[in-house]
Design a protein around this ligand. Sequence first.
Ligand SMILES: [Zn+2]
Length: 81
Amino acid sequence: MQPKGSCPRCGIGMLAPEVVEETLIVGPNAVQVTVEADVCSYCGERWFAPPAIATIDVAIQHLRTGDLSHLNHIGEVYKAS
Ligand SMILES: [Zn+2]
């Protein structure tokens, strides 16, 4: 694990590796992925390494193409009127 520096966004917090649940919005749908990210202790910004970005891209691609065999249905998304 390479040493983590300060946050490029706020410049105040320090980055620490964490396993996070990221919710990705694809049109009217959403898909949740569990990936590792470097999380800023101050502003909470999540920085993803290439493997996590690849996982995110694959999940988005599956949802976009309707290939749901790799995804688990966990709920519905509603919009308040
Ligand atoms: Zn920050």
